[in-house]
Design a protein around this ligand. Structure first.
Ligand code: ZN
Ligand code: ZN
Length: 282
């Protein structure tokens, strides 16, 4: 299994010279299984570049796993090339809502005044799956989703192929109401999804100074991100969902702090996600 980051910015796309190193596009991660089958997690603005990369002959079937329907995770859907290809079959997986189906939620995006084309007029075949609590198979992978702490219905994903695990929790505030360093792990949001993961992509939106006035907004301070990675025993932690106000230099300062907390004796295993980053999950 391997992965490529097409967007790792949070909340709002933020292109420009101060974000060129880590990228300004919002969340999108391509995951390829060992047989080259394609999964895509989240459809932020980064998914546009993935569509361009796939060109005129995209895979016949693409599974698109949505963490939630906040705009920064869906706004690229209408600009993803395969959506407009009648030969494509796109399976949407996403969180169930008490008030509407996943199709209705995506339908809000494909409707006036937000978008000029109605969902019924999209030429590709769209299949919608409201994700339940049971794991399911996509090709050679087993996928597990769980609700995580974030405003509105939001999922984290654990993708396992063979004995390798990639976990993605892009928008997450596991520290809300608890102390991560002392809490019973059963009480920690996302714990089971991330436990023992070979690769963990996790929310790293705020500095420790920024967090206190943003409690309840659904994101982590860098200290919470590292604590979550340590208690879940993730082997490799990738900081993800960078705040749109953070420059490349600020992200690198956050990495210095994160490494202090992570512990030098762990010898690597901690990095900032950047657009174009490719990793092999081993
Ligand atoms: Zn987000
Ligand atoms: Zn969100």
């Amino acid at each position: 299994m391997r992965a490529k980051v097409w967007g790792c910015r949070g909340s709002l796309a933020s292109p420009g010279p101060e974000t060129v190193r880590y990228g300004g596009n919002t969340s999108c991660l391509e995951v390829r299984l060992s047989d080259d089958r394609m999964l895509v997690i989240d459809a932020g603005t980064g998914i546009r570049g993935l569509g361009v990369h796939l060109g005129a002959n995209p895979p016949a079937r693409i599974d698109l796993l949505l963490s939630h329907l906040h705009l920064d995770h869906i706004e690229g859907i209408g600009f993803f090339g395969p959506i407009w290809n009648p030969e494509s079959e796109i399976h949407f997986w996403g969180p169930p809502s008490p008030t509407h189906s996943l199709r209705e939620g995506i339908g809000h995006y494909f409707s006036p005044p937000l978008f000029p084309v109605h969902i019924d007029d999209i030429p590709s075949k769209l299949v919608f799956h409201d994700v339940g609590s049971e794991p399911w198979e996509i090709g050679t992978a087993v996928v597990q989703a769980r609700p995580v702490n974030h405003p509105g219905p939001t999922l984290g994903y654990r993708i396992q192929e063979g004995d390798r695990v990639l976990t993605y929790i892009s928008d997450h505030e596991p520290s809300l109401g608890i102390d991560l360093t002392t809490a019973d792990t059963d009480m920690v949001s996302g714990y089971g999804l991330a436990y023992g993961a070979d690769v963990l992509f996790h929310d790293a939106q705020y500095t420790e100074d920024e967090y206190p006035v943003r409690v309840g907004w659904g994101h982590s301070s860098i200290a919470h991100t590292v604590q979550f990675g340590l208690i879940t025993k993730a082997r490799n932690l990738f900081l993800f969902h960078h705040d749109p106000m953070h420059t490349d230099a600020q992200l690198e300062a956050m990495l210095v702090r994160a490494k202090e907390l992570w512990g030098a004796e762990r010898d690597g295993g901690l990095a900032i996600s950047f657009e174009g980053m490719e990793i092999e999950v081993t």
